[in-house]
Design a protein around this ligand. Structure first.
Ligand code: SF4
Ligand code: SF4
Length: 203
């Protein structure tokens, strides 16, 4: 007797996911070159902080594990050090693929609840508002993005570290430093957003 095919709406593996990555993700068209040697994962300095190394993530893309790939912390924890790219024997642009998967995951709402995305949003807010990141504001915004009570809890838990940083001169207590030409920065960011929107609409 033939086993019925799983309902496409509920099945775990999305068979079109690899094709989607190939056609929509920066560098995704080179993914078919991956021979699963594992050099990228073995070279990654923060592989231990990732749910899956790049090699495994690429196999999961081929297997159609869309949910797991787009909600993994691998795509957010990549620091863009390019060690994997330099060492990959098949010239797979690993970093570009991970970076663009993160951007696509954010656009598609996968990242909204992750700690990495909350931190990225706080970091970006400070960079866009002042032209540089202020560790106190970024940290406070990040902590309180989990709610008021959780913000206080996280703040108190890390108070000792904050005092240590102040004592060592690594964290200041004065007003946030800002670049001189904030208007110029805003014009650049507005233009980048416009290009991003246009390119996104064209895809
Ligand atoms: S190093 Fe390149 S070929 Fe090897 S697993 Fe990583 S991406 Fe694939
Ligand atoms: S670019 Fe990202 S995935 Fe590649 S070695 Fe560096 S941190 Fe790891």
């Amino acid at each position: 007797m033939t086993t019925p095919l799983p309902d496409p709406a509920t099945r775990k593996y999305d068979q079109g996911f690899a094709r989607w990555v190939r056609d929509n993700v920066n560098g995704g068209d080179k993914l078919s070159m991956c021979m699963q040697c594992g050099v990228c994962s073995g070279s990654c300095p923060i592989g231990a902080q990732m749910d899956y190394g790049p090699r495994k993530l690429f196999m999961m893309i081929r297997a159609g594990m869309k949910e797991e790939v787009l909600s993994s912390n691998t795509i957010w924890n990549c620091t863009s050090c390019y060690r994997c790219v330099v060492r990959c024997p098949r010239e797979v642009p690993v970093t570009y693929i991970l970076q663009d998967l993160a951007a696509k995951a954010a656009d598609m709402g996968y990242a909204d609840k992750t700690e990495n995305n909350k931190f990225a949003k706080s970091f970006w807010w400070s960079a866009a508002a002042f032209g540089r990141t202020d560790e106190r504001l970024v940290t406070a915004l990040y902590y309180f993005s989990f709610g008021f009570a959780e913000g206080i809890k996280r703040g108190l838990a890390n108070l000792k570290i904050a005092f240590g940083l102040i004592k060592a001169g690594r964290m200041h207590l004065t007003a946030p430093h800002a670049i001189k030409d904030k208007k110029g920065l805003k014009a650049i960011l507005d233009k980048a957003a416009e290009i991003d929107k246009r390119d996104g609409a064209g895809q």
